[in-house]
Write a protein that binds this ligand. Structure first.
Ligand code: ADP
Length: 304
């Protein structure tokens, strides 16, 4: 578990994080979201002892990161692209980490497998693409088989295959009971990867809720149905507890019933239907609404 308690971090006159508190629990992927400049990296850097808080604390399983005698076994960290020694192969890079942290040699092959780097293990990591470097960084983070993972924008540089791979990996790691905190500025990405969302803006907490809660808060999915007998259909659907609004005379927007149920009602009463479409709520729009005003260089500030 990661606990951020009343964390404030100032850089000179800039307040990067402003009395931020939240808890990251094990067993699910927590997405750490916010526009660029919101304070995500700063929070993560404080969490892993790379920045000193101005006030407040971040603890991991009850301790500060710096107090772990064996941090690599406790917390896997992916922040910026880590440098690799020129000419060193991916396997040698991992082996150096394993040796210096007293981890078994066998872990190298295991994490190469987890990171999908087996086929390039003997290649010089200096020549790796950004995506492969990112995978190597994730392999290092997994080397000590840690119970907690902290990753800052880990999809940076990954191709679509890589993004899909990472999504599956993070989901599996969380399902094994690990605590997984992953930052992104993209809701579209987090909605598919995370179950819990911690959203910040201008260093402050804006929302801490499950993806499901956010979906229902913005109204949930609805169904658009077109019929020349829209009025009759409306009465039938309302009778079944649906919420129905109308956008056009022959169209209904229905909440609370699935498309199959609505179709069955129409068929059951011989009401002709010309369109039946499930419309997914846009979490992206909800996110923009939530964080509007929390974008650092927006509006008047940019024009000034
Ligand atoms: P995010 O990761 O959400 O994009 P950051 O934590 O990187 O946000 O940045 C939050 C704010 O803190 C920004 O205004 C950024 O310019 C500022 N900041 C971050 N790191 C430093 C630093 N080392 N020195 C000065 N300002 C910084």
């Amino acid at each position: 578990m990661i606990e951020v308690k009343a964390l404030t971090k100032k850089y000179g006159g800039v307040t990067a994080v402003d009395c931020l508190s939240f808890v990251v629990r094990p067993g699910r992927v927590t997405g750490f979201l916010g526009p660029n400049g919101a304070g995500k990296s700063t929070t993560m850097r404080v969490a892993v002892g790379l920045a000193r808080p101005t006030a407040g604390t971040v603890t991991i399983d009850g301790r500060r990161y710096a107090d772990f005698p064996d941090p690599l076994r406790r917390v896997g960290v992916v922040l910026d692209l880590a440098p690799v020694q020129r000419g060193r192969t991916a396997a040698a890079h991992l082996l150096a980490f394993a040796r210096s942290h007293g981890l078994p040699r066998s872990r190298v092959a295991e994490v190469l497998g987890l990171a999908g780097l087996e086929s390039v293990a003997a290649r010089s990591a200096g020549g790796f693409s950004m995506g492969m470097r990112q995978r190597l960084g994730i392999a290092v983070a997994l080397l000590g088989d840690p119970g907690v993972l902290i990753m800052d924008e880990p999809t940076n540089g990954l191709d679509p295959d890589g993004v899909l791979w990472l999504r599956t990996l993070l989901t599996d790691l969380a399902a094994e009971g690990r605590t997984v905190l992953v930052s992104s500025h993209l809701m579209s990405e987090m909605a598919l990867t995370a179950q819990q969302l911690v959203i910040i803006g201008r260093g402050r907490l804006v929302a801490d809720m499950s993806v499901q809660e956010l979906t229902s808060r913005v109204g949930g999915d609805n169904v658009l149905i077109r019929s020349p007998q829209a009025r009759q259909l409306r009465d039938l659907l309302v009778h079944r507890g649906a919420t129905v609004t109308s956008e056009e005379p022959d169209a209904l927007v229905v909440g609370g019933l699935a498309a199959e149920e609505i179709g069955a009602v129409a068929v059951g009463h011989a009401v002709p239907v010309t369109e039946l479409t499930t419309r997914r709520v846009s979490l992206e729009e909800a996110y923009m609404d939530i964080t509007r005003g929390a974008v650092e260089f927006e509006g008047t500030q940019v024009r000034r």
